[in-house]
Design a protein. Structure first.
Length: 255
């Protein structure tokens, strides 16, 4: 299995801070950045050599410096753009990265503004739900009001099987918010993951990943939700990043 860490955005929700520093290089405490935490958690299940960080040309140098300074043994690849208006978007970027990195295995995908605690426990549950015939999406028990118009929303039955998915609904169908953390098998039915992505991207939204998940559910591809009730932050928002820093500062002896 490969791990794809998506970091191709420009941090526009962070204002001036996002213009200077990519979201994964934001600190969580004085010892650790977001990317350090993600890589550390993934290492329990995927070797560093099987990790690929996908950034853009503007921030490529910052990630390469981080990799040198920290002895990161995975790959760093950059989408060919330097401005927010040129970015591929989450799903098109994932498709580009799978081809660019020549990934033919099953792939764990995480958008790099996700910080989950405890991360290893979350990933262990994700992997327990996964097999070569079905995909898995992370899901957080956020509650109806928090989900409304803000998050993708999924309905699950039978031990986690996703039977309905709506992107940022006005009237949520469950208390479960979709997280931009997935495991995809190399084949979905008789088609490769790339073929399914290409079919979706013919008319689908290239950025908001919930639309792709809704597409999979609508087409009948097996999908399970990893329901999680620990802690989850979207550090692309200043208030969430500050909340995460406060929490991880209290755990600095652990990390």
């Amino acid at each position: 299995m490969k791990a794809l860490i998506l970091a191709g955005g420009y941090g526009t929700r962070l204002g001036k801070l996002g213009e200077m520093l990519p979201k994964p290089l934001l600190p969580l405490n004085e010892k650790m950045r977001v990317i350090d935490y993600i890589v550390k958690g993934l290492e329990s299940f995927v070797s560093q050599e099987d990790m690929i960080i996908v950034t853009n040309e503007k921030f490529r140098g910052a990630f390469e410096k981080w990799a040198r300074d920290n002895g990161f043994r995975g790959k760093i690849i950059a989408e060919p753009h330097r401005k927010n208006e040129e970015k591929f978007g989450t799903i098109k970027g994932m498709r580009w990265a799978i081809e660019a990195a020549k990934i033919e295995e099953d792939v764990l995908v995480i958008a790099s503004d996700n910080v989950v605690y405890p991360f290893e426990e979350f990933l262990e549950r994700m992997l327990s739900l996964f097999d070569s015939n079905r995909a898995v999406v992370g899901a957080y028990e956020a509650g109806i009001e928090r989900i409304r118009k803000r998050f993708g929303n999924l309905k699950v039955v039978d031990g986690g099987k996703v039977v309905e998915f709506v992107e940022k609904p006005e009237d949520p169908i469950s208390p479960y918010a979709a997280m931009a953390i997935y495991i995809f098998p190399r084949k979905l039915g008789e088609k490769s993951l790339l073929e399914v992505l290409d079919e979706y991207l013919e008319n689908g939204n290239p950025d908001a990943p919930g639309h792709f998940i809704a597409y999979l559910v609508g087409k009948g591809y097996p999908l399970y939700g990893n329901i999680f009730s620990g802690k989850w932050w979207d550090v692309g928002k200043v208030e969430d990043w500050q909340s995460a820093m406060k929490f991880f500062e209290s755990l600095r002896e652990e990390f």
